[in-house]
Design a protein around this ligand. Structure first.
Ligand code: SF4
Ligand code: SF4
Length: 163
């Protein structure tokens, strides 16, 4: 009965209040002005610098220069790797990269998180995607093996304790 009284005293003051949550995704709250969302490339401004600043500064290997024609190089993004740090936009000497406010980038497949405005599936890009997939597979394999070793050690320890 005491608990019921405590509960009522908690509930009653909140009955007349507006909910603190919203019905996302049907309702949205405005994002902050300074939000760093999906980086996008302005192909008109991008010069495909010989020493690509974006490629060099990206801490996540999420942007890479791709050859799209004879002597033409442009930047491609892998949004599944991007950590939205904004370095690429900050360092591009031609202002070719902009951090947009788009942040809902969830997707069912890896390929749809790859973006190159002029040449969506270049051979070079596909190879890069495959390399990343291989790296991920190896990491998962290592993690699996690590878990197995830990389980085996634990089982050994339990056996010794029982003996
Ligand atoms: S985005 Fe900027 S730094 Fe990167 S290749 Fe294009 S011009 Fe060069
Ligand atoms: S925002 Fe950061 S992580 Fe994403 S592509 Fe640019 S430099 Fe790389």
């Amino acid at each position: 009965m005491k608990k019921f009284g405590v509960m009522i005293s908690e509930v009653l003051p909140h009955l007349g209040r507006k909910p603190a949550t919203i019905l996302y995704p049907f309702e949205r709250v405005p994002v902050p002005e300074t939000l760093r969302g999906k980086p996008v490339l302005d192909t008109e401004k991008c010069r495909g610098c010989r020493v690509c600043v974006c490629e060099m500064v990206c801490p996540a290997e999420a942007c890479k220069k791709i050859t799209i024609g004879e002597d033409v190089e442009r930047l491609a993004f892998w949004y599944d790797r991007c950590v939205f740090c904004g370095e690429c936009a900050e360092r591009c000497p031609y202002g070719a990269v902009t951090m947009t406010k788009e942040f809902e980038l969830a997707a069912y497949d890896l390929d749809s998180l790859y973006a190159h405005p002029e040449f969506p599936k270049s051979e070079e890009a596909l190879q890069y995607i495959e390399k990343l997939r291989e790296r991920r597979r190896m990491k998962e394999q290592r993690e699996k093996e690590g878990t197995k070793v830990q389980c085996d050690k634990k089982a050994d320890g339990n056996e010794k304790q029982q003996n």
